[in-house]
Design a binder for this molecule. Structure first.
Ligand SMILES: Cc1cc2nc3c(=O)[nH]c(=O)nc-3n(C[C@H](O)[C@H](O)[C@H](O)COP(=O)(O)OP(=O)(O)OC[C@H]3O[C@@H](n4cnc5c(N)ncnc54)[C@H](O)[C@@H]3O)c2cc1C
Length: 504
C-alpha cells in the first residue's frame, strides 16, 4: 500500500511529479530530495499545449501566479527552415486535418504549392502576431499555444507551487542507495540521514540514479533513427530591432539543426548535432558564424537518445530525463513528463494505492509506446528533409529507419494528404501528434505523392477567399509585446474557468 512517496530530483520532472501527486492524491505524503550541488540541467525551454493543459486544467494552478513568476512567452508553433520551401509553420491548431464545407477535399490538397494562412493561428504566425484582439482591443488568448520558458525560472515556480501544495523538500545529495526485497529500501544522504518510502520516483535527470544505476534496467538506444548526440547551447540579450516572435524556429544546419527560442529579454539558441559528422569545435564555429549576435559562452551538452526498456520496476518509477530522452526538435520533454505524471496518478488511484505487477506492466507498455511515438515522429523529420546534402543529411535521408511508418507512407504516396492516414498512424488516436502533425510535416517538406490534385478554378477561388479571410483577421493581430503588456497589467484578470481570457 503506497502511503508515502519520495521523489529523487528537483528539476522540472521531479517538481511536476510531486505537485501532480500531492494535488491529485492529497492523502499521500510527498517529499522531494534534490541536490543543489548537482543542480538542474538548465535547458528545456519550449513546450507543447499539453503543458498548459496540465498545469491550469488538471492541476488548477492559477494562471496569474504562473505568468507573474515564470514570465512565459507564448509559442504558437514551430517555424521550420526545413525541406525545399523557404519555410513552413507547424502550429498547434488544426490546419490540414480539416475541410472547408464548400470544398470537396481536405485542406492539404490545396496547400501543395502555397502552404500559408490555412487558419487564423498560422496566419497570425505568418505575420509575427500572436493573438487577434477582443472587442476592447485586449488579446484573445486561445488554447492553441505552448510556451517558451526559462528552465531555471520554471523550476523556481514549480518549487514554490510544490511547497504551497504541501510537498516537503529536502536539500541533500543521495550518496548511497540501499536495495531491499521491494526494489529500493532507502536513500542515504550525504548528511547522514536515511530516507525511506513506499514508492520512489526517479527524477534524477540523465543520472537515472535509481532506475538506471541501481536497478540496472537496460537502456534502449534510438540510434538507428535519431543520430544526434550533442547540443551547443547559447544565446544573447534581445536587441531593440528583435521583436519577440511567437514561435520556435528550427533551422537546418550542416550536421543537425538549430533552435531559436524567444524569451522576453533573451534569445536562446542551440545547435543539436551528431559528433559522428562534426567535431565540437567545428559545430561551434558554424554556430557562431551563423549567429554573430551570440554573447553567452556556448556550452556543450552531451546526450543519448533512447529510453529505458522499462520505466516502472519494483517500487521505482522514472520520470523525465531519468526515463529517457530525445532531442527537443518538437519540444516534447515536458509533454512526456506531464503524461507520465498523469499516468502515475491514475494508476495509483485505480489500483487503490496497491500498485501491483499488472499495473506496472501496463505502465511500462503505455509509457514505452509514448516514447516510441515521439521517436518515430522525429525520425520522420530527418528522413524527408532535403534542404541540404551534406554528409550528415545524406545519411539522414538514406539511413533513417522509419519502418514503423511504412504503411502510412504507402497510403500517402498513393493518395496524398488524406485524413484517412490516421488509420495507419502508430498508436492511432493516442498518438500525441495526431495525423495533423504528420500532414504538416509531409506537406511542409513537400514529400511527393503519385498524382497531384488538380483543383478546379472555383475551388481555387474558394480557397483564396478562405486564406484571405484569415490574413485579414491576422493583420489586426497583436504582437507578443503588446499582448504581454496586457497580461502583466495588475488590472488583467484571467478567467481560469474558461480557456479564453478577458480584460477588465
Ligand atoms: C539540449 C537540450 C534542450 C532541451 N530542450 C527542451 C525543450 O525545448 N523543451 C522541453 O520540454 N525539454 C527540453 N529538454 C529536456 C529538459 O531537459 C527536460 O524537459 C527537463 O528539464 C527535465 O529535466 P529533469 O527534471 O528530468 O532533470 P534535471 O533538470 O537534470 O533534474 C535532475 C534533478 O535530480 C537531482 N539529482 C540528481 N542526482 C541526485 C543525487 N544523487 N542526489 C540528489 N539529487 C540528485 C538534481 O539535483 C536535479 O534536481 C532539453 C534538454 C536538452 C539536453
Amino acid at each position: 500500500m503506497v502511503k508515502n512517496i519520495l521523489v529523487l530530483g528537483g528539476g522540472s520532472a521531479g517538481f511536476l511529479a510531486a505537485i501532480t501527486l500531492k494535488i491529485k492524491l492529497p492523502q499521500l505524503a510527498i517529499r522531494v530530495v534534490r541536490s543543489k550541488e548537482i543542480g538542474v540541467i538548465g535547458v528545456g525551454e519550449g513546450t507543447t499545449p499539453s503543458f498548459g493543459r496540465h498545469l491550469f486544467g488538471t492541476l488548477n494552478i492559477p494562471r496569474a501566479a504562473f505568468y507573474k513568476h515564470a514570465r512565459p512567452v507564448w509559442k504558437l508553433g514551430i517555424r521550420f527552415l526545413w525541406g525545399p520551401r523557404e519555410r513552413f509553420d507547424y502550429t498547434f491548431s488544426p490546419q490540414l486535418d480539416q475541410q472547408i464545407p464548400t470544398l470537396p477535399r481536405p485542406n492539404g490538397y490545396y496547400c501543395e504549392n502555397e502552404f500559408r494562412d490555412v487558419d487564423i493561428s498560422s496566419a497570425l504566425m505568418n505575420r509575427d502576431r500572436v493573438w487577434y484582439p477582443q472587442e476592447d482591443g485586449a488579446p484573445n488568448v486561445q488554447e492553441w499555444h505552448g510556451f517558451h520558458l526559462e528552465n531555471t525560472l520554471l523550476v523556481d515556480v514549480l518549487e514554490r507551487i510544490a511547497r504551497e501544495a504541501g510537498v516537503e523538500i529536502t536539500d541533500a545529495t543521495v550518496s548511497n542507495v540501499e536495495r531491499g526485497p521491494q526494489g529500493i529500501a532507502a536513500l542515504h544522504l550525504d548528511d547522514g540521514r536515511k530516507l525511506e518510502a513506499d514508492l520512489y520516483v526517479d527524477a534524477s535527470g540523465f543520472r537515472s540514479e535509481l532506475l538506471g544505476k541501481t536497478l540496472e534496467v537496460p537502456f534502449e538506444s534510438f540510434d538507428k533513427m535519431l543520430f544526434c548526440n550533442r547540443a551547443i547551447v547559447s544565446g544573447w540579450d534581445r536587441q531593440d530591432d528583435e521583436p519577440i516572435l511567437p514561435f520556435t524556429t528550427a533551422e537546418t544546419m550542416d550536421a543537425g539543426w538549430a533552435w531559436k527560442i524567444e524569451h522576453e529579454n533573451i534569445i536562446n539558441r542551440g545547435y543539436v548535432f551528431s559528433s559522428d559528422f562534426i567535431s565540437d569545435d567545428q559545430a561551434c564555429a558554424e554556430f557562431l558564424r551563423k549567429n554573430p549576435r551570440i554573447t553567452r559562452e556556448p556550452r556543450v551538452v552531451k546526450f543519448r537518445s533512447g529510453r529505458y526498456q522499462k520505466m516502472c520496476v519494483d517500487n521505482v518509477i522514472a520520470i523525465g530525463n531519468a526515463s529517457g530522452f530525445v532531442e527537443p526538435l518538437e519540444a516534447t520533454a515536458l509533454m512526456v513528463i506531464c503524461s507520465q505524471c498523469d499516468s502515475l496518478v491514475q494508476s495509483l488511484h485505480h489500483s487503490g494505492m496497491e500498485f501491483g505487477p499488472a499495473m506496472r506492466d501496463f505502465l511500462n507498455g503505455h509509457l514505452g509506446i509514448m516514447w516510441d511515438n515521439v521517436r518515430d515522429f522525429l525520425a520522420f523529420h530527418y528522413k524527408f528533409n532535403t534542404r541540404l546534402s551534406t554528409p550528415f543529411w545524406k545519411h539522414a535521408q538514406e539511413d533513417t529507419d522509419i519502418s514503423p511508418l511504412d504503411e502510412l507512407m504507402e497510403l500517402y504516396r498513393e493518395n496524398g494528404p488524406t485524413g484517412l492516414l490516421r488509420y495507419k498512424l502508430p498508436n492511432g488516436p493516442e498518438n500525441d501528434f495526431g495525423i495533423e502533425g504528420y500532414l504538416v510535416m509531409l506537406l511542409g517538406m513537400k514529400v511527393p505523392w503519385k498524382k497531384s490534385y488538380e483543383s478546379s478554378p472555383s475551388e481555387r477561388h474558394a480557397w483564396q477567399q478562405h486564406i484571405s479571410k484569415n490574413a485579414t483577421i491576422a493583420q489586426r493581430g497583436l504582437t507578443v509585446e503588446e499582448s504581454l503588456k496586457y497580461v502583466h497589467d495588475p488590472r488583467w484578470q484571467w478567467n481560469d474557468a474558461r480557456p479564453a481570457t478577458s480584460a477588465t
